[in-house]
Write a protein that binds this ligand. Sequence first.
Ligand SMILES: [Zn+2]
Length: 117
Amino acid sequence: MLVNSGQIIEAIKSHDIWELGPLFPAVAKRRFKGKGKSIYAPCAFHLHPDVKPSFSWHLSKNFCQCYGCGMGGDLIGFYSAMTGKDFIPSVIALARFFHIKLQFGNRLEKEGEEEWQ
Ligand SMILES: [Zn+2]
């Protein structure tokens, strides 16, 4: 059982969605048209041919969305869609990525780890 998941989720969402780039180098490489608040790129999910960039990173609102297939989300939604992990395992993985401390019930983190892998 993950303790303080609300705080952990807030801490994850305080990061910029583009900080996930190193986790998905193939996506990060496929940039970019546009500047400023929105960046356009080919769809990150490779679900449809994308001659014109239809995938938009809304940096000011901290989410991304594809106007072709509709997929996207905030940091957690994007990570979950890219990896196929459920919500809580995605939260745990992102908390580790951002070095946010996790606490699992009364047990130490290492003991709780197995349950999510
Ligand atoms: Zn798409």
